[in-house]
Each structure stands twice: as C-alpha cells, then as structure tokens.
Design a protein around this ligand. Structure first.
Ligand code: ASP
Ligand code: MG
Length: 420
C-alpha cells in the first residue's frame, strides 16, 4: 500500500484535477490511498467565512458566493462533454454549510466554530476529484476521513488518539483499501463528541503520515508544485537547490523551523516505522524529487527558512521583579492556553521575549491576559525570522547583510535572526 497526498495547489483548477487523474492512471494497479486537500486557496476563503460568521458581518453572503462560483466553475470545466453526477453532492454540501451559517453562533468558542466550517473545503474537493476519477474509469471509493482519524477536542490543533485511530483503520479501512483506490481528506478528524476537528493548517501531510503509519504503508508521496525539498523556498531564495536525499532527523528539524514544504508533525510517524517519504513535483511527475528516509547521507549544505509576519512580545513584570520560575510557569501556561507556539524565545533578568505567528485576532486578547496577570507587554509586529540550519559562516553573512537585527540566537549549527 502506498499513500499519495495532493495539496491545494495540485487541484487549483480543472487542469490540476485532470493532471492528478493522469498521475493516478500512471499508477494503475497499485494499492493506493489518496489524500486530497481543499482546492487552491479555499481554506483561506473559508477562514474569512468563519471570521464573518463569528463577527456577524454581512459580507458572508459574498464570500459564500465566491466559494460556490469557484467550485462550480471547476465542475463545469471538468464536466464538459462528460456529465458526471457530482453537482448534486456539492449542492448538498453547500446546503449543509448554509444551514450552519444561517443560524447565529451558539458557541463562543471560535476554534470550535472554525472546525465546523473550514473542513468543507476538503469535503468538496475530494467529492469533485473522486467523481472525476470515476468519469475517467479510475475506480475509487470516497471515504470520510472523520470516520477514521480520531482526535481529542483541542479544536484547530487536535491531537490524534492513536490507539483508537489505529484500531478503526485496521478494522474498517484496511479491507477497503486492499480492494479499491481510496480517495479521502487530510486535515480533518473527529473529536470525542462526534464533532469535526482539524489538525492545524497544512495538516494534510500529517494525515497522510497517520494513514501510512496505521496501514503500514510502503511509502508516502507528497505531490507538490516544487521539485522536492529545497534548501530554501525558491520563491524567496533564488539560489535554492534541490536536496535529493534527506535524513528523517534533518527533515524534522527543517519542518520544525518552518520549511513549509513538509508539515512538522509528518515525519515522526513515518520515522517510527521507517516508511520513506517522497516529495515530488506534480508538474514533472517523472522527476525523482526528494526522498526522506533513514538511509540518507549527511546534509552537506545550509538550509534557509524565512518566516514572515512574525510578532515579538516582550513581557516584563509590572512590579520590576525578576523573571523567575514562577513567572515563567505562568507565562507558559498562558501561551499554552492561547495555543501560541513560539518560534524563538529569550529571557533576561527582567523580561521574557518570544517570537511567534500570532493570529491578529488573538494578539490583543493575549496581551490583555498577560496584563491581567501582572505583566507588562510590548509587542512588535511585521518582523521576519530567518533560520539557517546547518549554517556555514560565509553563507550566513551574505543573507543578513544590510538588515537591522533585533535578536540573534545560535544553537550549535542553527542560527536565528529576527529582522525588520
Ligand atoms: N486545506 C488545509 C490548509 O490549506 C489543509 C492542507 O492543505 O494541508 O491548511
Ligand atoms: Mg491547503
């Protein structure tokens, strides 16, 4: 059994869906489970719908219309001359979404609401792709991944309940996947009260790894719009080059620091069972791309990871006392409560600073919370965080020349620079 994962960029239009079908055709006869993300930027649009719903904005009508137009246009293009019966299923999904957003929010919890709305992107896209494949005589079974990916109720960042997930996948999904090509969603799961949960943005890679782990897959292939894992995002670093082979532990570090090509949680389940991960281009499907495994040689070049739109919060005590263990305990518990994951942190005698991607809607709430607990907070937004992994001095100097460095950190072979 192999797992394929196609991200939003691979199904951004009708041409993309046809390309996915041709890649799957080329693998006909192999046992495959295929994870497909929401189409193009649909998740961002759905996030706007959540914001509009939560704040009661009338803009929601237009956003919903955009969502519909985008998907129906793809369906129309795919259907020309074929007429496969997907529209009815999509109508029903939109109806379900409309039923949710027509009733004012019953819940205060933004993250819960988010998880009931945003997953429609994956539900719609997998229905479209599955039906298109059928129209091309690629037999497949559409499966709702919420029946198999069992999580806790930490909305927007749900944790996998591994024993339950493994058990149900073995019992119910494995026999189906042995017989048929399976098409399913990434990113979404089911919480303890049967409510939909999500695993965090870009979480479909992680879903693919979960399926691979539970099904003891022979490999996972993530099909992307880049050639493979590069030593920098080619859109930000013009001199970026492909890394053909990568060790699990280097891949974990790179993903952790924010190399967006792989979701940070993806590698661990694969490493645990030595399942290789291939990252390949859907534009050039015959190229080899990158293989992440435990048989790779040492990484011999530096990797650059640039995170934009970072916010730095500098926290000090209002009564000028030192930042000691008790304060740190409180600070970390507030960060955990607000689900803020810091990218770097630093503390001195009287202040504690950290840099994170913080949802703007959350920054003020977080500042208020610190303030309520006796801290003073200074926030600076729109910063860039450059991480250089496997750094060599000469490359490093070039990359930060001419920039104002607000914070600098060195951990063995990894450097971090926070700049304006
Ligand atoms: N559609 C979700 C997102 O864009 C999940 C994913 O694509 O991995 O974040
Ligand atoms: Mg996506």
């Amino acid at each position: 059994m192999k797992i394929f994962k196609f991200g939003g960029a691979s199904v951004k239009n009708a041409h993309g869906v046809k390309n996915v079908a041709s890649i799957l055709k080329a693998h006909e006869g192999e046992k495959l489970l295929v994870v497909i993300s929401a189409m193009d930027k649909t998740t961002n649009l759905l996030e706007k719908i959540v914001d509009a719903y939560y704040s009661g904005s009338a803009e929601i009508r237009f956003l919903l219309q955009d969502l519909k137009n985008f998907h129906y246009q793809i369906i129309n293009e795919l259907q020309s001359g074929l007429n496969f019966p997907v529209a009815h299923e999509i109508d029903n999904l939109f109806l379900e979404l409309e039923c949710i957003i027509e009733t004012p929010p019953q819940q205060e919890d933004y993250d819960f609401i988010y998880d009931q709305i945003v997953p429609f992107g994956e539900l719609i896209s997998t229905r479209i792709v599955s039906n298109y494949l059928l129209s091309q005589s690629i037999t497949n079974q559409w499966i709702d991944s919420r029946n198999f990916i069992i999580t806790d109720d930490r909305h927007r960042d749900a944790k996998i309940q591994w024993p339950e997930t493994e058990k149900i996948i073995n019992k119910r999904l494995s026999p189906l996947a042995e017989k048929n090509l399976v098409v399913t969603q990434g990113f979404i799961g089911r919480g303890p009260h049967n409510e939909t949960t999500t695993l965090g943005r870009e979480g479909s890679d992680y879903s693919a790894a979960i399926f691979a782990f539970c099904l003891n897959a022979e490999s996972v292939t993530i099909w992307k719009d880049v050639a493979g894992v590069m030593n920098g995002d080619p859109k930000k670093f013009s001199d970026a080059v492909l890394i053909p082979e990568l060790d699990y532990s280097d891949a974990i570090e790179l993903a952790y620091y924010g190399a967006s090509v792989i979701h940070p949680k993806t590698i661990q389940p694969l490493k645990a069972k030595s399942i290789p991960l291939h990252v390949r281009s859907f534009i050039e499907p015959t190229a080899m791309g990158t293989t992440v495994s435990n048989r790779s040689k040492n990484l011999d070049l530096p990797c650059y990871i640039l995170k934009e739109n970072q916010t730095m919060l500098q926290i000090s005590t209002k009564d000028f006392t030192f930042i000691v263990e008790e304060n740190l305990e409180l600070i970390f518990s507030i960060l955990a409560q607000y689900k803020v994951r810091s990218n770097i942190m630093q503390n001195s005698a009287i202040s504690f600073s950290f840099v994170a991607d913080i949802h703007p809607e959350r920054t003020q709430k977080l500042i208020d919370e610190f303030s309520k607990n006796g801290f003073e907070v200074k926030s600076t937004k729109d910063l860039n965080l450059l991480t250089i992994y496997n750094a060599r001095p000469v490359d490093t100097i070039k990359k930060v020349q001419g920039k104002t460095i607000l914070l600098e950190q060195v951990n063995s072979n990894t450097l971090h620079y926070l700049t304006h």
